[in-house]
Design a protein around this ligand. Structure first.
Ligand code: ZN
Length: 755
């Protein structure tokens, strides 16, 4: 006890000294012995001061210095209380506090002072489940250096974060674990002073659904989200064009998708989802997931046009463009092939005979992409390449064969016609069409589509040419080879001569003629013993002559012409033709016109075997005793019936009985053929007699007279033909014989032989 009193005295003395030194006025120190301890701290409602109890004091005076301005905050009398809360301290201001103990005798003694900066407690506005963690929000406190956040979990407190006050007063604790409970506290700090602590308990953490997606389906939007562990259900919300959230419904924990059928093309829909666990809601993504709903375009037509596949589809309102995709039928991956604003697209990058599928997606004006569906398959059928040739009377349209085609359709336009005219369907084994309906000087355009299994292929604007007749070509025998002649072209740079033969039916160029002036060519290398075909092309144009054909006969070997008059006869003529056919020989039949309609097959067969059909009058009339008009009629009627059967007009004639004069020559107006070997078969009716006559009298260039009315003549022919062949003769027609020997054949002239 004694010792304590001495200590107190020493204390009092020190206090007096300290007060004097700091300029504090110290009055009336007698009697009160006051512990000099005081402390201060920030509380929620103000600065809390407490001090040591003084048993001699009847009360206390609380002093606050703002700088050196002293203010008596309160006088506490008859109170045993040793604490006081300064509710008037201003946030951010530093104060010094002291307490003066007072008693009834007016004695007092002041404590030492304590300095504190007033910092308001940062009050939690909310602690709640947010997106990705627990979201903390608090009321800003001015003038602080930092905020310090702690959390209590499972009885342990840990520092969560120290935050710069310049940032918004919010924080997401991303370390929160689903289903766990946390308690957060926040302290504001300034100049080393701390605010009081405001507490707010969070609920159990329920994470917000993540990985939300919204995609356009046909007539709906499909919204999906990631499963939240522990969630009992989900609440789905929607906004239309940025309006307010509307609640769509609550769905069980096993559902993580929602199909919204209540959508309209062109609107932007935003969705968000909350999870609910027991009675605790998760936070939600306030931005949500948005999609511009765009209706699905449907492919309407697929067609082969312009050497590509053209796709059309229905227009979608507000679409900014369309994206077109394709794949080979059977493949799974779509390939983007282009975009456009119109509702059609042509894919030129297709292969003939390949089958494709297409799809189209509309892009909304606000960026959405429509759903899509795949089209029916379409077979790409490309167009054939066309070449046009002007012949003498027709345009030949020629194209390359297409592998799949089972036919081709040919179309035409004349001059300025706007639409195509269908011309013909051509079977696949033929790849040309001859259009005879053409006029000189008119421009014609053609296009060709292939057809496969009823499906029409592509076509395009076609290929055009003005029709200008090609030169007419004739071929005949000559002593130097096969001689070609044609009429002069009026444009071009020259001619090329092409040949093919029965044994090689591929056209081959055999000569080139420069300039338009020379219009003949003699082929000395023709194939003898078979048909040679010729055509000429006018260089620098697309003109090509009709094909001229001629049986090749060697001018260096001897030749004779067998002639048979007065037929046809139903058996004899055929018997003779059998022999000729067997030895690849040809004869000339001077037919009686009136008999031709009775036995047309004889005449037809003879012509087809390459034999020549000559005119022997219609009624076997002796022309020297006929009138001019009778002669003309006899000749004309026969020419007509022969042409009806063979398609060709006779080019030579023989007067019945060989009787002619100048009047007859003039009226017949055809080359008149006599003979150099008379077998007298009509008179003898004996094969041997005919044979020996031929053997005795025949030489190179002979024209041998017989009649295909008698079986003896047919019999003789069976010996004569092989004998002539053996002797080295070529057995040819009269015209061939004369040509071969270089004799000009003129109408009204008479020929006895080619010797
Ligand atoms: Zn006769």
């Amino acid at each position: 006890m004694k010792k304590r009193k001495i200590l107190c005295l020493i204390f009092a003395f020190v206090v007096v000294l300290a007060a004097g030194l700091t300029g504090v006025s110290v009055l009336g120190v007698r009697g009160i012995d006051f512990e000099n301890s005081i402390s201060a701290k920030n509380e929620i409602d103000g600065v809390y001061i407490d001090w040591a109890f003084n048993y001699k004091a009847d009360g206390y005076e609380i002093h606050r210095w703002d700088n050196e301005e002293k203010e008596v905050l309160a006088t506490l009398t008859k109170l045993r209380k040793t604490s006081f809360t300064d509710e008037t301290a201003e946030n951010g201001k530093e104060y010094r506090y002291s307490v003066c103990a007072i008693n009834d005798e007016g004695e007092s003694f002041e404590t030492k002072s304590v300095t504190l900066k007033r910092i308001e407690a940062p009050e939690f506005l909310s602690v709640k489940n947010g997106v990705g963690g627990i979201e903390l929000n608090w009321k800003k406190v001015e003038g602080v250096d930092k905020y310090t956040i702690y959390k209590e979990h499972d009885g342990a407190t840990s520092l969560v974060a120290e935050l710069n006050p310049e940032n918004p007063c919010e924080y997401i604790d991303t370390t929160a674990v689903s289903g766990e409970k946390y308690k957060y506290s926040i302290v504001a700090v300034s100049d080393g002073y701390k605010s009081a602590v405001d507490y707010e308990k969070s609920s159990t953490y329920v994470p917000a659904p993540e990985n939300m997606t919204a995609v356009n389906n046909n007539g709906s939007v499909f919204v999906s989200w990631g499963k939240v562990t522990g969630a009992d259900s989900y609440l789905v919300y929607k906004k239309t064009n940025g309006s307010k959230w509307t609640y769509l419904g609550t769905y069980g924990s096993d559902i993580t998708g929602y199909i919204d059928y209540s959508v309209v093309n062109g609107n932007v829909y935003t969705y968000t989802v909350k999870a609910l666990s027991e009675d605790i809601y998760s936070g939600f993504d306030s931005f949500g997931v948005s999609v511009n709903y765009v209706d699905m375009p449907r492919v309407q037509t697929l067609s082969n046009v312009n050497n590509g596949v053209k796709i059309t589809w229905n227009a979608i309102g507000k679409a900014s463009q369309y994206r077109v995709y394709k794949k080979l039928d059977g493949e799974t991956t779509w390939k983007f092939i282009g975009e456009c604003r119109s509702t059609s697209f042509t894919d030129y990058n297709v292969g003939d005979g390949f089958q494709y599928r297409y799809t189209v997606r509309a892009v909304g004006d606000k960026g959405g992409l429509s759903p899509y569906e795949e089209s029916a398959p379409v077979l790409a059928l490309k167009k054939p390449d066309i070449k046009l040739y002007c012949g003498t009377k027709a345009i030949t349209v020629k194209w390359n064969s297409m592998p799949l085609a089972d036919s081709y359709r040919v179309y035409k336009k004349a001059d300025k016609a706007t639409g195509w005219t269908y011309l013909a369907t051509v079977k696949a084994d033929k790849n040309y069409y001859v259009d005879k309906q053409v006029k000189s000087g008119v421009n014609y355009t053609y296009t060709v589509r292939q057809v496969y299994s009823g499906l029409y292929g592509s076509y395009d604007t076609g290929v055009s040419t003005k029709f200008t007749a090609a030169p007419k070509l004739t071929a005949k025998l000559s002593p130097k080879g096969l001689k070609l002649e044609w009429n002069k072209a009026n444009a071009g740079t020259g001619y090329t001569v092409e040949r093919k033969t029965e044994s090689n039916m591929t056209w081959k160029q055999i000569a080139e003629v420069n300039g338009l002036g020379k219009v003949t060519y003699t082929d000395s290398k023709a194939k003898y013993g078979e048909v040679n075909y010729y055509r000429i092309k006018v260089k620098g144009t697309n003109r090509i002559s009709d094909t001229a054909s001629i049986y090749g006969i060697d001018p260096k070997k001897p030749a004779v012409a067998l002639t048979y008059d007065d037929g046809p006869h139903p058996t004899v003529t055929h018997d003779i033709l059998d022999v000729l056919e067997k030895y690849d020989a040809r004869a000339t039949f001077f037919v009686v016109g009136s008999r031709v309609p009775e036995y047309p097959d004889c005449v037809k067969r003879a012509s087809e075997l390459g034999c020549e059909i000559g005119n022997h009058t219609y009624n076997h009339k002796i022309l020297t005793s006929a009138t001019d008009s009778q002669i003309a009629a006899e000749i004309a009627k026969t020419n007509s019936v022969v042409k009806n059967i063979t398609g060709k007009l006779p080019t030579v004639a023989r007067a019945p009985g060989g009787s002619y004069n100048n009047r007859v020559k003039g009226q017949v107006d055809m080359p008149l053929i006599q003979w150099s070997v008379d077998t007298l078969d009509w008179k003898n009716r004996n094969a041997n007699s005919v044979i020996s006559s031929v053997k005795r009298n025949t030489r190179d260039g002979s024209i041998i007279l017989m009649h295909d009315l008698y079986s003896s003549t047919a019999e003789a022919t069976k010996t004569i033909v092989p004998w002539l062949v053996k002797e080295g003769y070529q057995i040819v027609t009269v015209t061939e014989l004369l040509q071969l020997k270089g004799i000009d054949i003129e109408d009204g002239s008479v020929y006895f032989s080619a010797s």
